[in-house]
Design a protein around this ligand. Structure first.
Ligand SMILES: [Zn+2]
Ligand SMILES: [Zn+2]
Ligand SMILES: [Zn+2]
Ligand SMILES: [Zn+2]
Length: 313
């Protein structure tokens, strides 16, 4: 595959020969071709080196583990127990001259693979990963919860709106009904007067005609008596109509809108307010190990009886 980077054999490159490495020496930190690996395996200085497949090397190629001192650039080969520090050959005489327990890293790293620290590191990574996933899940479901709440608020707004609409419809219908009936009452009173006046008009028209005829054709005595009688009726009718008109009223229809409804259309500026209640998060991101015991990252330790006794006290 062209995407896979070829790793050259180190010893061959030294002779300006380009050959792909099939193995990798983790001590020499270079690739080895088949021939060079053979001589590397036989050579006294390198027969104990840890040689791995080039495929396995690719897996750890990007794991950044610094093996050199960040201050001096020399290989980290010493460990000071008092300071809990890894040291290079320059560090030792400069700052740890007085330290009595500076030992070679090779002496304490032999069991590093089986160390409690490494297994605890693995547990810590696993535990932290679970923590991260738990928190992620929690926040994701919190996001869904917000969406649910948004929907609930929205339907509450719409429901309220529908309620107001139907209430307004009802109130409007009631008011218009009242308007119709009030208008009807007023008109009825007017019409009643008009009808009375109409009958008065008819009566007067008749009396006018009778009076003309009386004037033309009746005897003097009849005219005398008729004039008095008709006059009496007219006077009576005038009195009656006068009191009727006097007792009647003028009406004017107006409306007074309920002040809350006025306010709704003029003063109410918000349908409501969206509120956010904040509360302390019910979720903790805890360190899987630090709560129980401090892990020792630097010093590989093996459990022994005295350690266990110490923990039990
Ligand atoms: Zn080679
Ligand atoms: Zn080697
Ligand atoms: Zn150093
Ligand atoms: Zn020291």
């Amino acid at each position: 595959m062209s995407s896979v980077k070829h790793i050259p054999c180190g010893p061959c490159s030294f002779d300006d020969v380009t050959k792909d490495a099939g193995k990798w020496c983790t001590n020499c930190e270079e690739g080895l071709c088949e021939d060079c690996e053979n001589s590397h395996r036989k050579s006294k200085s390198s027969r104990n080196h840890k040689v791995i497949l080039i495929e396995d090397f690719r897996k750890i190629e990007n794991v950044s583990i610094s093996q050199v001192c960040e201050h001096h650039g020399e290989n980290l080969e010493w460990f000071c127990k008092s300071h809990d520090e890894v040291l290079c050959v320059v560090c030792v005489p400069s700052k740890h001259k007085a330290c009595s327990d500076v030992i070679p890293i090779s002496a304490i790293s032999a069991n590093a693979r089986q160390s409690t620290a490494l297994s605890e590191l693995e547990e810590t990574i696993e535990g932290t990963l679970q923590n991260v996933r738990r928190c992620m899940k929690n926040r994701e479901s919190a996001t869904k919860e917000i969406e649910k709440q948004e929907q609930a608020v929205k339907s509450m707004v719409l429901e309220t709106r529908t309620k107001i609409n139907s209430q307004l419809d009802k109130l409007q219908e009631k008011l218009l009904h009242e308007l119709r009936s009030t208008s009807h009452t007023c008109k009825s009173k007017y019409i009643k007067i008009v009808q009375k006046l109409k009958s008065t008009e008819e009566m007067l028209t008749k009396l006018r005609e009778q009076t003309i005829h009386m004037k033309q054709f009746s005897s003097d005595i009849q005219v005398f008596l008729g004039t008095r009688q008709v006059n009496k009726r007219i006077v009576h009718e005038v009195e009656f109509t006068k009191s009727e008109i006097g007792a009647s009223k003028d009406y004017e229809l107006k409306v007074s809108i309920h002040n809350l409804i006025e306010k709704l259309s003029n003063e109410v500026e918000d349908f409501g307010k969206i509120m956010v209640w904040e509360s302390a998060i019910n979720l903790d991101f805890r360190h899987p190990k630090f709560d129980q015991a401090q892990i020792e990252i630097n010093v590989p330790t093996t459990r022994n009886i005295s350690n266990i006794k110490l923990q039990l006290i």
